[in-house]
Design a protein around this ligand. Sequence first.
Ligand code: NAD
Length: 273
Amino acid sequence: MKIAVLGCGAIGSIIVESICSGEIRNAELTALMDIYPDKCEKILENYCPTVKANISICRDLDCMFNSKPQLVVEAASQKAVEEYIPKILSRGINTVILSVGALLDENTLQEIKQACMKSGSRVYIPTGAIAGLDAVKALSNKGIKRIVLRTYKNVYSFDKNTLEKLGFKEVTAKTKIYEGRGDVAVKLFSANVNVVAALSLAAGVIPWVEVYADPELKRNIHEIEVESNVSTIYIRVENTPHPLNPKTSYLAALSALQLLKRIVVEEPIEVGT
Ligand SMILES: NC(=O)c1ccc[n+]([C@@H]2O[C@H](COP(=O)([O-])OP(=O)(O)OC[C@H]3O[C@@H](n4cnc5c(N)ncnc54)[C@H](O)[C@@H]3O)[C@@H](O)[C@H]2O)c1
């Protein structure tokens, strides 16, 4: 399968490495796109030195389309999803979306759904930095009464301006910096709580969210509580931050990698809902 990657950062680089090393079988990289093309050049140099001449480094979608990808992996930003994903889907190209927070915006969600319906393309959303979306999806068949996400990250993971806007100029101890609706949280912390959107799409209800900044914390922690008539679930995931981007959990990149393996290689036995 021919694959293009949008976003040459922490997650994009793991995807590129996995394609060029052959870890993802039957996958061929056709193009990389980023607002900083030098980042794409660097990862091609590091991970794809022998085939880099065949891989386009793009600044715009036309260049990416010329490389004829069958799948685009978005690992850039919510803004990139709004700007590019409906156009990519309209061409009939399937996409994997990491910046899933963008899909909590009703206009973007509708645009994406319409592009898929018109062209027959599909969107895949990896579980990302959490666990348990399979059970949440299953429970949504009978309705979910309550869903809460608590996220704890080191204070340096949060955008300084956002913290100041919320009235937290300096955070010297564990502090609750936000409590409220999930759709508001993904807009406020666009690079920190994409998992809210994945949970929301799986559950069919918007989670209640608490966000904590802790200067002592070395891991990114997500706690999820789900209550339904059928089951009560409590999940706690403690993630190592990605070395290239502390806002991103390493698990999120591995989750995208695993999803790609599932899309590209049809295994005879598939585990998980
Ligand atoms: N779903 C999840 O569980 C989950 C977990 C972690 C991160 N994420 C999201 O995935 C995305 C990628 O994460 P990352 O850690 O690799 O980020 P990163 O900051 O390391 O890399 C993002 C790259 O995309 C590029 N980029 C940003 N906006 C762009 C645009 N409009 N057009 C082209 N290039 C653009 C940046 O220059 C950068 O090189 C982020 O939006 C992040 O919030 C999702």
